[in-house]
Structure formats: structure tokens, C-alpha cells
Design a protein around this ligand. Structure first.
Ligand code: NAP
Length: 232
């Protein structure tokens, strides 16, 4: 039996998503005696505030994660990472086995094309780049690490939205930078698409509600979405 100073259970949420933040809040409300820790990779300079404890930075591979679980007497591991964050999810499976703790996998399901959507589905970033028609005006809704691949499209105007201002200017020849988080509503995203005269969106099929507003906005405006599937 744990004594009064020890938590009844310790749950480690591997996070970095809005769903992980929601889950931390729900678990704290449902289990006030438990220790709830969210782990962030540390990619975002100013992450949104999180309920409970937060730890930041890589664990040092499978062994590092297994060691962290053991050192902190973690009793349950939850993978609530982004569906494209494959390495940490693979590490979580192995580390949970080594440390002998149960693992809950809560990664999101992909979005499905709805009536009124106009998706051009591709498997890779390269295929997405090549699917953009000449002289298009594209909302490039991708992480900064994927932007460079589109630099060869000097015939296209890109609008790039980022949470943090990049340290270096973007490599894209013709672009506008919008700083901020994605809009919560289709109306907010529609305004952005209209303001920049966007003709196409390029994004990955992340699933979940946080990034879905731009898909709804594209549907309302009848814009094509070049959708990169999870095969990438
Ligand atoms: P990744 O390729 O799967 O992970 C690469 C390495 O980063 C991992 O091996 C791990 O380092 C570290 N890492 C990743 N997520 C971590 C976390 N939550 N806590 C501690 N270390 C973590 O991951 P990624 O695609 O770069 O994504 C990084 C984070 O951003 C994830 O938390 C993810 O949920 C979030 N995110 C990703 C995307 C995306 O498109 N990939 C989009 C939105 C949010 P060690 O091996 O040293 O432990």
C-alpha cells in the first residue's frame, strides 16, 4: 500500500498534442491522488500551458524511456503523441515491455474525405510538391522541418503558418509567413484562406479536431486539399 506521501499511481503521458493536454486535465480531475506527468519533446519554444507535471526533452531512446519509467515508478504509460511522430511511439512500445508497465495507445484516427471535400491524396511530401499546379497559391500547413522540400517550386506562392518565428528565413523563394496557432473554427480559417487568396492547401492527414478547421474551411470554399497520407 502506498503511504500518504506517495501517489496512488503515476501516469506518464507522452504528449505534444491537444488531445494529450485534454487527457492530462481529465486525469487530474478524475484521479486527484495520482501523479500525472506529460512529456514534451521540446520542439515548441512556448508550449501551451499544461495541467499537472511537465518534463521536456528526449529520453535517450528506448533504454532512456524505460529508465525514466522505472526511476519515477510510473505505473501506466499513455502514448498521446501526434500520429506522424513514429519514433517515440515505437520507443514507447519497447520501453513499456522492458519496464513492465501497461501502455495505452491514444493516437488519432486519420480524417476521412466527406461530401464536398476535394482531396488530392498522395503518399509522400515529394508527391505533394509535384501535385501543386503551376502558379498556385498554397497554404503549406506542415512543420518547419518539411518546408525546405518545396523550395524548388519557384512558380508557387506559399503561405506558411508557424507557432514560433523561425531562426533562419524560410528557404521558399516566394512566401508569406503567418505567425500563430491554427484557427479553432472553420470561420477563422476561411478568413485566412480568403485574405491570402489561397487556391490549394497542402497538409498531412493528422486526424483529430485541432487541425480540422482548415479542412472544413477548404470544403466551404471548394478548395482542393493535397492530403499526404500516413504512408509517408
Ligand atoms: P519522433 O520523430 O517520433 O521522435 C523523435 C525523438 O524525439 C524521439 O526518439 C524522442 O527522443 C523525442 N521525442 C518525441 N516526442 C517526445 C515527447 N513527447 N517527449 C519526449 N521526447 C520526445 O517525434 P516528432 O515527429 O519529432 O514529434 C515530436 C513531438 O511533437 C511529439 O511529442 C509529437 O506528439 C509532437 N508533434 C509532432 C507532430 C508531427 O507532425 N510529427 C505534429 C504535432 C506535434 P529520445 O529517443 O531521445 O527519447
Amino acid at each position: 500500500m502506498p503511504n500518504k506521501s506517495e501517489p496512488s499511481e503515476t501516469i506518464l503521458i507522452i504528449g505534444g498534442t491537444r488531445e494529450a493536454a485534454d487527457l492530462a486535465r481529465e486525469l487530474i480531475a478524475a484521479k486527484p491522488e495520482a501523479r500525472i506527468i506529460t512529456s514534451l519533446a521540446g520542439r515548441t519554444k512556448e508550449p501551451a500551458p499544461l495541467a499537472g507535471e511537465v518534463r521536456t526533452g528526449g529520453f535517450g531512446g528506448i533504454e532512456g524511456l524505460a529508465r525514466y519509467i522505472e526511476d519515477n515508478a510510473v505505473t501506466r504509460l499513455i502514448d498521446a503523441t501526434h500520429p506522424f511522430a513514429r519514433q517515440i511511439s515505437a520507443n514507447a512500445i519497447e520501453a513499456a515491455k522492458i519496464a513492465g508497465v501497461p501502455l495505452d495507445i491514444r493516437t488519432r484516427k486519420p480524417w476521412e474525405e466527406q461530401r464536398g471535400d476535394n482531396w488530392i491524396e498522395v503518399d509522400t511530401l515529394e508527391a505533394a510538391r509535384d501535385a501543386i499546379p503551376p502558379r498556385a497559391r498554397v497554404l503549406l500547413a506542415l512543420g518547419s522541418q518539411y518546408i525546405g522540400l518545396f523550395a524548388s517550386r519557384d512558380d508557387v506562392h506559399f503561405v506558411v503558418r508557424m507557432i514560433d518565428k523561425p531562426d533562419e528565413p524560410l528557404a521558399l523563394p516566394d512566401h508569406a509567413l503567418v505567425l500563430g496557432r491554427p484557427g479553432d473554427t472553420a470561420a477563422a480559417e476561411t478568413m485566412l484562406l480568403i485574405a491570402h487568396s489561397i487556391s490549394h492547401i497542402v497538409c498531412r492527414n493528422s486526424g483529430g479536431r485541432a487541425a480540422y478547421a482548415k479542412i472544413e474551411a477548404a470544403r466551404e470554399l471548394g478548395l482542393p486539399v493535397i492530403m499526404i497520407g500516413r504512408g509517408d
